[in-house]
Design a protein around this ligand. Structure first.
Ligand SMILES: [Zn+2]
Length: 430
């Protein structure tokens, strides 16, 4: 795939994936276009001795895609992991707020949101809705308002003279987005949020004949489209680059996998909140799928001994205005290649062996590579690498492209780094 097609595809994927549910739906569409067959966890798979291309989802928000080309017990799997979720604002179960003639929605803060950039953005809402239809059947569907339907206005500086010196954000009081001015100011005509969802469904998906919305998992997102920016078009600016950039890159690299290899891509939900859930990396999903492919505990252990996992999640590039936040010798630069993340305290799964393997892959793919170690006087983040490594006992490495503004509503990556990463992962899968 050429660089220009790759970057267009990446931006379109991120834009059409405002939630993990939508990301998985989009990945499924791409996999099906490339002849991957769907497996259901409820079915018997009977894949022993077979080759082919398959995928399976859990909770509509995590996905595992794999190719079988040789005996997985003897040859193991080449695995890539990433996560589908991003920090955001999620609508509470009883969200309706009427205050000073305005209708707002109460929100929970999901993950480590960088809150300031959420103010003064044009926000829309998307996610999964559970409903009962005319025939009394319960179901779920994905929705997306698509248009900007809300905003969180800043307080004017005249009313907060210290805003630039110390501006603390109260997560409960300051974050509910404003959706509309109400027709009456007593709050008597306050809309019911589930009715709003019902009307949207009647419009967008009338064939479902939804009678009542029972529940939902919905989050706000910025409607601004991703863009390539900079005087020389050096950067990609977008929401959710952490970690949809890695999901997309792993996916398109996998489409070019050598059919004689066993390759696997796992993209899990709930990384931003610790990965402990049925669909998260610390849940049973990956282990269960691998267990079914290897059939006995001994076979699984043998297979994992022949396998490797590249856990891909964005890294922190050294920011010219805050350069002292990095170790002098470990400040990754945007557009100088993917970053190997190392932490002696095992917040990253990288060891010398896996790091050497990745360096060699990058060399073969003619891709530059960098290293990141957090400053010794600062705490280190973590990701799905150490979790998966400890669950499976598989040799693993944490890598990712360097970015700025991680967990902002608009993050920034190097325009070339995702393409470098794609070339490295393609080399690995081949
Ligand atoms: Zn991440």
């Amino acid at each position: 795939m050429q660089d220009s097609d790759f970057i267009e595809g990446l931006m379109s994927f991120v834009h059409s994936s405002p939630t993990p549910f939508h990301a998985v739906e989009k990945m499924v569409a791409i996999l099906e276009d490339n002849d991957f067959q769907q497996l259901l966890e409820a079915d018997a798979w009977g894949l022993e001795g077979r080759s082919g291309k398959f995928y399976v989802t859990r909770n509509d928000s995590s996905i595992i895609a794999f190719t079988l080309g040789s005996n997985p017990i003897e040859h193991g799997f080449r695995m890539v992991g990433a996560h589908t979720d991003s920090p955001c604002l999620k609508v509470k179960p009883n969200p309706e707020i009427s205050k000073n003639c305005y209708f707002q929605l109460g929100v929970e803060i999901y993950g480590g949101v960088l809150l300031n950039p959420w103010f003064d953005r044009d926000l829309s809402l998307a996610g999964r809705v559970n409903y009962v239809n005319d025939d009394g059947n319960v179901g779920s569907t994905l929705i997306n308002f698509e248009q900007a339907i809300a905003t969180i206005p800043s307080l004017a500086i005249h009313l907060d003279r210290e805003a630039n010196e110390n501006h603390a954000i109260d997560k409960q009081k300051h974050m509910p987005p404003v959706l509309m001015k109400m027709p009456d100011c007593k709050g008597e005509q306050k809309p019911d949020f589930r009715d709003i969802l019902l009307r949207l469904l009647a419009n967008q998906q009338p064939e479902l004949k939804v009678e009542k919305v029972l529940d939902y998992e919905l989050s706000f997102y910025d409607v601004q489209e991703p863009a390539v920016i900079g005087l020389h078009q050096d950067f990609v600016a977008s929401a959710r680059l952490d970690n949809l950039l890695s999901c997309y890159t792993g996916l398109v690299a996998m489409l070019e996998a050598d059919p004689k290899q066993n390759c696997l891509l796992v993209c899990s939900d709930h990384e931003e909140v610790g990965s402990i859930s049925a669909a998260g990396a610390q849940g049973s999903f990956l282990k269960s799928v691998l267990g079914r492919l290897c059939t006995t505990p001994e076979n699984l252990t043998r297979s994992m001994d022949q396998s490797m996992l590249i856990s891909v999640d964005n890294a922190h590039g050294i920011h010219p205005n805050f350069a002292d936040k990095h170790d002098d010798n470990h400040g990754p630069i945007l557009n100088q290649g993917p970053v190997i993340k190392v932490n002696a305290n095992q917040r990253y799964a990288t060891n010398g062996e896996t790091s050497a393997a990745f360096r060699y892959i990058c060399e073969e793919a003619d891709v530059p590579v960098q290293s990141f170690v957090v400053r010794s006087d600062m705490a280190c983040g973590s990701t799905i690498g150490p979790i998966t490594a400890s669950e499976l006992g598989v040799r693993s490495i944490d890598v990712g492209v360097p970015t700025f503004a991680m967990h902002s509503i608009r993050e920034l990556a190097g325009r070339w780094d995702a393409y470098y990463l794609y070339r490295a992962l393609r080399e690995y899968f081949q």
